[in-house]
Every structure is written in structure tokens, then in C-alpha cells.
Ligand binder design. Sequence first.
Ligand SMILES: [Zn+2]
Length: 400
Amino acid sequence: MDGPPIDDGAVAVVDDQIADVGRSDEVRTRQRGAVTDLGDVALLPGLINAHCHLDFTSLRGVIAPQRSFADWIRQINGLRRDLSEEDFLASIASGFAEAQRWGTTTIANIESMPALLQKMAPPPLRTWWFAELIDVRRTEPAEKMVEEALSFFQGKENWPGGFGVSPHAPYTASPELSRLAAVSAAQRDMLLTMHLAEAEEEMEMFRAGGGPLFDLLQSLGRSMDDCGRGKTPLAAMLDRQTIDERWIVVHLNELAEEDFARLAGGPRFHIAHCPRSSRYFQHRPFELRRLRDLGFNICLGTDSLASNSSLSLFSEMQAVREAHPWLSPQEILEIATVNGARALHQEQILGKIRVGAQADLIALPIENGRGDAYEKIIAWSDAVPWMLVAGCAKSCSRGR
Ligand SMILES: [Zn+2]
């Protein structure tokens, strides 16, 4: 992703970094060291999942698609109440194994129970942990909630990846909480992420002050003062606070014409699109072309297995291909690699095979020859047989 494909290529890895890239004969004259011949493969950067909830890996296939988004929220809230800490930890571990199976080397993970990090070993993949913040049924001051959530990241500074905060959505995080989250994140140079403008019921709630999601949240005790004022979810959020390049905004399916006008003149945050989760919920088609043409960086997420069938970003790329056949396969692969790296502010060291980048690599046994290599890559549907994360193969424990 840092130039055209190289035939008979080689990559030199020293510790966790890429030290050389080029044709095999050239790299071998410049570098010494053990050689692993991967055979006829496409070697590419590991994929980057920009939105996931590993907490709910155990809920695959458990919730049938509901007629109402609010009903789905009721279902998952009911199910998660029955999960123990051990269930959550097992769910996260199996989520990592599954992501790894499908060639994902970096995950932006929303963590609803950040206290669990204290009970975990360093993750096997490069992970950005976003502490989820929800105060619909507030029990403590917003400031204390943010401080406590972030305290669980202490002592984890050497874990591969990073940390951030996630006010869940404008309907579950109060203006005070999401503003405080942004202040704390800025002080610590952390990223933020939030679900926004996901469902039609969210639009109905903010704009018209009614509908199933409005009713659910009102019944939970949320102040509904910000609803029924004709504002879209995006407008309601942008009127609260600035959403800048520090933010990964997730979904953004439900946009009105006035939203596009506002986006044209506003700051450029990053957008995580979750094609198969959107399909599960039958959300409005994602306006990928318009948002891309406005200059937004669009990356790819799987969302959780409570609304998806696997953590395969190849399947997500295939869903993008189906919905947007005008996009080239190369651009689709960029969405799952370089764009995700940009969203995580890691464009210099992730998402590309270049000197100085982290050695996060995957190999697919794809035959060279007729047909577009990118087309073959995004059509990949098997487990990924070979991977390096930070220069380490699966069996290696250095630095993890
Ligand atoms: Zn999500």
C-alpha cells in the first residue's frame, strides 16, 4: 500500500520494524539474516478493524434481527446482564483469536468493562482500547466516571496499541459526559470514538421527539430536552461540542441534506463504516461516495458479533464491493489498511509495508498471473495462514 505491488518481493524485519523492502535479489544483497521463503503469496499489511466490541463475541447469532433498533438494545442489555466477568474475558479472548484468523493485526475495541484490563495479559494483536462511557442512568458525577474509566489503563503503557475514550452515543452519553471525555482525551493525547447517526429511530428521536428509541430512553430516565427540536443527531452532537480529527465517528448512516451542508464546512473527523452490521439492522445505505468526496477519511469496522456473523474484514471489504461497485479493489483495500491507520493517527507506522513501519504483515496464497491482484485479495474467504504482529509470528511472545 506504499507503492505498486513488487514481483518476487522481500521484506527485511529487524525486531518489530520493517528494515528493508524491495525485490528479493536486491534486499538479499543489502540484508543479512535468516530467510523465510513464503512461496507464492501476496504479502500485505495486516488489516485494521476500526470499530469492534470484543466484549460481545459470545453473542454471535444470539439476537435475531429485530424490527426495531430499540428492541435490539433491550435484547443486548438483557443478555449482557447475565454475563459474568469470566464470560467477558472469554469473549474478548475468542474475539482476538477470530480477528487473527481473518488477518486483522490492529483493532479499535470499545471496552464496556475497562476494569477487566487489570485481569488480562497484553493482547495478542495491536489494540486500541476505548473505555465506553454511558450515563443514561447516572449514579456518579461525570468527572468521576471519566477518571475511573481511564484509571484502568494505568500500567498498560507498554501494551501494543493505545487507549482512548468512547462516549457511547449522543443518546446514551450526556453533553456533560461527552464534553468531559473530550477534555480528558485531549489532556492525555488520546483518541475518541462514538456511535453517531446510526439508526432511523435515532433520527426520529432527535428530530421529532418520538419513536421507539425515544420511548426506551425516556423510560430509563434520560433527560429528553435535546429531542423534538428538529435537529438531526449529527447537528445535536455538533452543537454540543467540536468533533475533530481526534474522533472516529462510527456509522453515520442517517444523514439529512442539511447535514451534508454542515459537514462540507466542518472539521474532518474519521468515519468508521460497518457494512455488514448496517445490513443486519437494515440501516439506510451508507453515503460513502459523498462523504469521501467531502474529504472524510473512511475506514472499516466489523462492529460486534451481536450484529454480525464474523470478525472478517475480508467479508466487510466484499460487502463494500457489492454496495459500491464503482470503488476500485485497491481503494477498498486502502479503507481496511491505510485509512484505518490514519484514523488511529498511525499512518507513518501502520497500514503500509515501508521502511520504518511496524512489521504487521499477512500473507495470502494467491497465485500471480491473470487478473487483478487487489481483486483477488479482497475476494479472499479462507483463514489467513501467516501473520506477523510487531515482527512476531503467532507462537512468538516477545513484547506481548
Ligand atoms: Zn458499535
